[in-house]
Each structure stands twice: as C-alpha cells, then as structure tokens.
Design a protein around this ligand. Sequence first.
Ligand code: GDP
Ligand code: IMO
Ligand code: MG
Length: 437
Amino acid sequence: MANVVVVGAQWGDEGKGKIVDWLSERADVIARFQGGHNAGHTLVIDGKVYKLHALPSGVVRGGKLSVIGNGVVLDPWHLINEIATVREQGVEISPETLMIAENTPLILPFHGELDRAREEAASKGTKIGTTGRGIGPAYEDKVGRRAIRVADLADAATLEARVDRALQHHDPLRKGLGVEPIDREALIAKLTDIAKEILPYAAPVWKVLNEKRKAGKRILFEGAQGALLDIDFGTYPFVTSSNVIAGQAATGVGIGPGSIDYVLGIVKAYTTRVGEGPFPTELLKEDGTPDADGERLGTRGHEFGTTTGRQRRCGWFDAALVRQTCATSGIKGICLTKLDVLDGFETLKICVGYDLDGERLDYLPTAADQQARCTPIYEEMDGWSETTEGARSWNDLPANAVKYVKRVEELIECPVALLSTSPEREDTILVTDPFAD
Ligand code: GDP
Ligand code: IMO
Ligand code: MG
C-alpha cells in the first residue's frame, strides 16, 4: 500500500496531467486537493487529446474513483459542462466514479466578475495575470467564512441565508468597482437548478478516503498549479490563492499527513510561467520579447496555456528554484518532462544560484525587491543533436541527454523517478515506482 502526491515543482504546466493519468493505472482513487478550473491538464492517449480543468486526470482510465476534495474551489456550472465534454469523448462519469466533498466551497458567477474587474482595474506592476476564473475571490470568501459550500445546496433556507451573507459582502464591493448589484432571485434560481446536477456527486469525502486507506487502497493525489505559485511559498503576490505544496494534500481531502508515503514532483526540463511576476531565467531580448532560445523553447514545447491560450514565458532550467520546491514539498523523486524539447540545442544553460548585489545565493530570497535584483548564475552544458522524442528507455537517450538529467539530479538534490519524452501517455520512462512499498 502506498499513497502518492503529485505536485508541480515550478510555475505550473509541468505535465502533471500526463503523469497523473499514467500513474493512475496503479491507483484506486485519484483526488484533487486544491485549485480549481484555473488548472489545465492535457492528456494524450493514442493521439486523442483530453483537456481537463476541474476533473481529476484519472477519469479517462475508467474504473477508478475520482475525487474533488474540499481544498478545491468548484464552479458547478463549469464542472457540469466539463463532464458533458469528456462524456462526448467516450469517458464514463457517474456518482459511482466521481465524488465531490460536501465541504467544497463554490465559485459563483460574481467571483469571476470580481477577478476580471480587479485585473482590468489594476495598474502595471499590480496586475497578477490571473486566469480570470474567480479563484482568488472564491478562496477569499472561504477564509472569510461566507462561502456557499456544496452541502448548502441541499436545503433551500440555508442556501438563501448563505446567498444573503455573500451579497452583504459583495454588493458594496461591486459598487466601489462600478459594477451593478447581484440579482438575488436570479442567483438563487440558478443555484437551485445546478444543485440537482451537483448533489448526486456530493459525499463525505474524508470518510470515504479514510475507509479506502484502511482497506489498503492506493490514493493518488493530483496537485494543480506549481509550488512557485503557492500562496505562502510562491513569488507572492504573483501567485494563486491556494496552498499548492504537498502538505495541502492532507488538509485538502481530510486525511492525516502520515498517510502520505511519497511525493512526486513534476519538473519541466526548462522553465515556463504564465501571467505576471518574477522569472530569473526568462529568455528575453532588451525590448522584453522572447529571444531566439526563448522562441525556440516556446515553439518546440507548444507553450500556450491549456486554460487561457496565453503564450507561456520560457527560460532555462532553474535548479536553485527546483531545489527549493523539492524542500518545501518534501519531494522524494521527480518526473522530468519535456526533455525532447531540448533536442537540437547546441548549448544548454542551467541556473545554479543567484548573484544578489555581489553576494552568491543558493535560493530565491522572499523580498520582492531582492528577487528583482537577483541575476542567475549559469552553468553551461553541451546539448545533443539526436532525438529523444518518444524514447521509452534510458538506453534510447543520447549520452549528453543522460548527462543533463544526471546534472539536474545532482543540483536539485533529488533523484529522477520518471522521465517523459512526448505528450503521449506511453512515452514515459519509469526509473523508480512511486507506488512501490
Ligand atoms: P499540467 O498543467 O502540469 O498538467 O501541464 P499542461 O497539460 O498544462 O502542459 C503540459 C503540456 O506539455 C501539455 O500540452 C502536454 O501534452 C505536454 N507534455 C507533457 N509531457 C511532455 C513531454 O514529455 N514532451 C512534450 N513534448 N510534451 C509534453
Ligand atoms: P496547471 O494546473 C500555470 C497562474 C495564473 C496567474 C496566477 C494566478 O495547469 O499547472 P489564478 O487564476 O489562479 O488566480 O491566477 O497563477 N496559474 C497557472 N499557471 N498553470 C496553472 O495550472 C495555473 N493556474 C493558475 O496564470 O499567474
Ligand atoms: Mg496546465
């Protein structure tokens, strides 16, 4: 028996979806524990592409229990649409195979409106570059003890009281932003309608998962975003509004931290970021547009967001940052993804630390002004001209690619457990099984 947490170890989009789908063969339950439909997880199975946002990446396999935990913020209308989309692709979803924690807070239409209105009103330097999906405002309401949760949908009087509490907070806020007040009756009607579709999936997830655990079932926890977007340990304030690091897996479903046996970090062989915020190894020209290497990484890696379609910023691998995220999430092994994107580069650079006002640092400092003054210290390595795309064994990798992987392991002080060499499910090399007892 082993329970495994998968987390992104950079700024998201590391390839978590592909690896969770691949690992889900070995698991009984796949549970999302934070984030919402700001996530975009792409799976490619025999050429067929699945794009998941709120649903756990185990749904496609069938025969597994998928769980949306209380650490998630859930847009019920989005979820029902996403279920319909994947059903059209032949995926079976029913209350037997999908459970939503009763204590999951909902993302409501006014959360998205507030998120977008704030971003539009933000001046340069304060814009976050959010996905506009209402994630921040929904988490604010959760912590502010005024969220509407899944269980509240079951009782008309409770729902009305919760709506009134939310309006009390949001209407004055909207007035300040020049947005019209919320239509109370329309919102209650909309919630009453969606309740019929959502409630069949509602369950005491903490109880179900603890029973599964006792029965020796394997749980795979699927993180969204990446550790550098964590509300506490990310590049604040340019972060998402949840804890992303592995510790959140326990509180995000209601299981003890002792039940987590292995944390797998998903790490892209270079670095990308969507949205605003510091990015020390970003490959830019003087005018702020991508330089030739940055363009090449973006083009070869198809670096466009799954959720918003925005172009991702690209840069060299930052070993200092990944060493840091391996520490904050207790990562035991990594899956290095998109190694194939580096094929054909004559020289590769790896950031091994930073220069801050003449002093060498081996981690990114917390203060924003210091982060801005950090310049990366690079180590150079020879690239490889052979292709690694689709490689399914170590022996298929060119010598310089093996050297690169080994150097990454040394610098981040964490071993490679898996390697990914294309978007396809089976183009995955297993070195150490995270589920092994
Ligand atoms: P996630 O948010 O971490 O699940 O990652 P995304 O799905 O947003 O972005 C990763 C992208 O890279 C997707 O389009 C995947 O299909 C693709 N991908 C995953 N692993 C590999 C890989 O090893 N090589 C290449 N070339 N693409 C990959
Ligand atoms: P996956 O799970 C990459 C980024 C946004 C923005 C910041 C805050 O696919 O890796 P939010 O809408 O969460 O308030 O936006 O976080 N962001 C992501 N970047 N991958 C993601 O998810 C992300 N989810 C949020 O671009 O910078
Ligand atoms: Mg993504």
